[in-house]
Design a protein around this ligand. Structure first.
Ligand code: AMP
Length: 397
């Protein structure tokens, strides 16, 4: 059985076709620059192909994806009817969606109702869903939300200390993001530990260009670092993470900018990039080697913040069975991992440097064998998680 996973943005469509029997990735890629003069489509199977042509709307992009997937020479299926179901990544499900759901008119309306909470993401998802429904008539489609894993947080964790009416009127609260990844790596960590997920307390550390940390208590999300939007929490590639909220007004006044302009700077020009000019850890390490003090400061600040969150979540959980690293930085940067967890021997956290440096990409521990708290690395696979959720929601075998 084959499931197509779609992650549609405002001007892009990421896609992956998975064989659910083997778990294999049959084909994947992205259509970019939809609506621009010249668009770009990447199509990866055993080989990689790049096509440059205009894609005026999502529809043309999706049609081209279908053409490639079913092409006599390059395709991986004979006909699109081989695709049993489609799973869509949706960033924001607000308080409406606790679980992945099959898409119908009511669900689509709910996703639209959440647009004010994710104005950069949900409109693209809606377009992607509507296009897929048109081009795959009769194929059942499922929405998998980045926020739903975090819906188990209690009000004490998700409410902000601001007037309660803001929550009632505008839905202002912490929602959290990257839920599909946190859920996936938490479950894989439980498997690694040989324990039911419901019995595990895990701190999941998703460190990509966007980054967040979650406290998972007895298998459920108890707290998470991102907030109403993906701007909150730890220091990210270009996003500031948590800052004193008064800074927004302070900058707006001095630079004569609107709040939206300041937030744009905090989103695109801040974080590691704001401190040292780069948001790529490979580049930052190279600069540190050459003695760049700003690069050193940026890395130090980012790891410091990760430690703070891990520390506070350890207290919230009361007992930590495992800490798991994932995503671009979490999977590839031993120095970042080691710095974030250095000097914590008294708390039962010790990294084995040899394992840390030589991780072989399989789910495994990098902590010392006798450490009280297991430290693991698990490569995240959000597409597989979305495909699995799709199959489960639809009751397909
Ligand atoms: P993601 O958003 O999960 O794709 O992560 C992207 C980020 O991972 C990049 O911006 C880099 O900072 C980081 N990254 C990717 N590869 C490496 C690597 N080999 N070493 C260190 N950091 C890496």
């Amino acid at each position: 059985m084959k499931v197509l996973v779609i992650n549609a943005g405002s001007s892009s469509i990421k896609y992956q076709l998975l064989d659910m029997t083997s778990g294999d990735d049959l084909a994947s890629g992205i259509v970019e620059r939809i609506g621009e003069e010249m668009g770009k489509l990447t199509y990866k199977t055993d080989t990689k192909e790049v096509i440059e042509q205009p894609f005026p709307t999502h529809r043309e992009g999706m049609v081209e994806i279908i053409n490639l997937l079913t092409d006599d020479a390059k395709g991986v299926v004979k006909d699109k009817s081989e695709i049993a179901a489609i799973g869509h990544r949706v960033v924001h499900g607000g308080e409406l969606f606790f679980e992945p759901v099959e898409i119908n008119e009511k669900v689509l309306k709910g996703i639209k109702d959440c647009i004010p909470l994710a104005p950069l993401h949900n409109p693209g998802h809606v377009t992607g869903i509507e296009t897929a429904m048109e081009l795959f008539p009769g194929v059942r489609q499922v929405a998998v939300f980045d926020t739903s894993f975090h819906q188990t947080m209690e009000p004490k964790a998700y409410m902000y200390g601001i007037p309660y009416e803001y929550y009632e009127e505008y839905g202002i609260r912490k929602y959290g993001m990257h839920g599909t990844s946190h859920k996936y790596v938490a479950r894989e960590t439980a498997k690694l530990m040989g324990k039911p997920l419901e019995e595990c307390n895990i701190i999941t550390v998703h460190l990509g260009n966007g980054a967040s940390i979650s406290a998972v208590k007895n298998g459920k999300c108890y707290d998470t670092s991102m907030g109403l939007t993906p701007l909150g929490g730890i220091i990210m590639g270009t996003r500031c993470g948590d800052i004193d909220p008064a800074i927004v007004g302070f900058i707006a006044e001095r630079k004569d900018q609107s709040a939206a302009e300041v937030v744009s700077t905090l989103t695109h020009e801040s974080g590691l990039k704001g401190i040292c000019g780069s948001n790529d850890l490979r580049d930052i390490h190279a600069r540190i080697e050459k003695g760049d003090k700003r690069a050193e400061l940026a890395l130090d600040m980012a790891c410091h913040r990760v430690r703070q969150f891990i520390g506070s979540y350890a207290f919230e959980l009361g007992r930590v069975d495992a800490i798991v690293f994932t995503a671009g930085i979490g999977e590839n940067d031993p120095e970042y991992r080691a710095r974030s967890l250095s000097g914590l021997e008294n708390f039962g956290i010790t990294i084995n440097q040899e394992k840390n440096l030589n991780w072989d990409r399989t789910p495994s521990y990098i902590s010392d064998d006798d450490a009280d708290v297991k430290v693991a690395i698990i490569a995240t696979n959000e597409e597989l998680e979305i495909a699995n959720d799709t199959v489960a929601v639809l009751g397909l075998k």
